[in-house]
Design a protein around this ligand. Structure first.
Ligand code: AHG
Ligand code: MN
Ligand code: MN
Length: 336
């Protein structure tokens, strides 16, 4: 009997349908994505009432990066860590909000094959002003032996080894977008049933776009090649159809999401103040680089493909350039 044609696929239905194509698949990745979806829904509820309850404002501590920690950062970190610890497919996690990785030491976790890294709340400086924020996550198959406790080597894999990566955007609607090697798909939260529903199947990043996203305040701190490229974006130019439009909200999730759908380029270059860049390689750059590449785009650190960088530290920073393939190539020509 042919499958009954369903109009709307939920995230769970979609991942289970994907499983049907892989007779050998164990369903662990589907279960991990379901856990992430659950944590996302819980965070969404808190984000939505951020103005109503006393959850706004600083938690009064400084995280491992020396930044103020907002209460919602901690809440989100606890939700994602909690569901993954209690789930059946994750051997350990690393988070922007935790100094070191956490290897779960119960028997089920030790026998799980994935590890997960995340920025539980990205753009947290925007919480207090009702601007879109997000969560970013990255999933790897562990390299340590199944049945043992996860190790640092599981977390320090180059981005090219990602099995899946994604983000949640808590915006005018809440969306979960994730990529596997087979494609990028977007799901919008339907609050009436509390489910993420497939709304953006097979996302492809247009080869060219008209948007460039960068913090212009740092312009004079960027390398000459970056400054030159930005000025190209601002000029009328027959080959690139410029001038482009500048859009930068300060939540990378929102900025990159828009550019992924509409075509564009997002840049967080190294500056003289932050010579290694600001964004974190493992849970900010790598997931977006993976998503962009699967969608047909490109991502580099200015010198090298992001996904090829072999990390040495959990919280290492990186310059980051990501977006439409044609625009990235234009940038690269200026940076040579
Ligand atoms: P986080 O809230 O996790 O610390 O990350 C914020 C990041 C990123 O989302 C954004 O693009 C960038 O910081 C903005 O930095 P600037 O204000 O320096 O432009
Ligand atoms: Mn972030
Ligand atoms: Mn964060």
């Amino acid at each position: 009997m042919s499958l009954i044609n369903r109009k709307v696929l939920t995230l769970d239905e979609f991942t289970i349908q994907q499983l049907r194509n892989f007779p050998k698949a164990t369903g662990e990745l589907s279960s991990l994505l379901r856990d992430i979806g659950l944590a996302a829904k819980r965070v969404n509820v808190e984000v939505n009432k951020a103005g109503l309850v006393d959850i706004l404002g600083d938690a009064g501590s400084i995280n491992v990066q020396g930044e103020d920690v907002k209460k919602l950062d901690i809440f989100a970190n606890n939700q994602f860590t909690g569901v993954l610890q209690h789930g059946i497919s994750c051997a350990g996690i690393a988070s922007e909000e935790l100094d070191d990785f956490v290897a779960f030491d119960d028997d089920v976790s030790k026998n799980s094959k994935y590890i997960c890294l995340y920025d539980p709340l990205d753009g947290s400086g925007n919480i207090d002003v009702n601007i879109s924020i997000g969560t970013i996550f990255s999933v790897y198959r562990r390299v340590s032996e199944i049945g043992t406790i996860a190790t640092a080597a599981d977390f320090l894999q180059p981005g090219v080894k990602q099995v899946a990566a994604g983000y949640i955007i808590y915006g005018s609607s809440t969306m979960l977008v994730y990529a596997t090697r087979r494609g990028v798909n977007g799901f919008t939260l339907d609050p009436s049933i509390g489910e993420f529903c497939l709304s953006h199947p097979n996302i492809q990043c247009p080869e060219f776009g008209k948007i460039y996203s960068v913090n212009h305040g740092n312009f004079f701190q960027y390398a000459q090649g970056v400054q030159d490229y930005i000025q190209t974006c601002q000029r009328k130019n027959k080959t690139n159809g410029g001038p482009y439009t500048q859009r930068y909200i300060g939540s990378m999730v929102a900025d990159v999401h828009r550019n992924l759908l509409k075509g564009g380029i997002f840049m967080y270059p190294p500056t003289t103040d932050k010579p290694n860049g600001k964004l974190r390689l493992l849970y900010e750059c790598n997931p977006f680089a993976f998503i962009a590449e699967v969608a047909g785009g490109k991502a580099t650190n200015g010198q090298q493909r992001i996904l090829d960088v072999v990390p040495t530290e959990l919280h290492q920073r990186s310059g980051f350039f990501v977006g439409s393939k044609g625009m990235m190539e234009e940038l690269e020509a200026h940076m040579k």
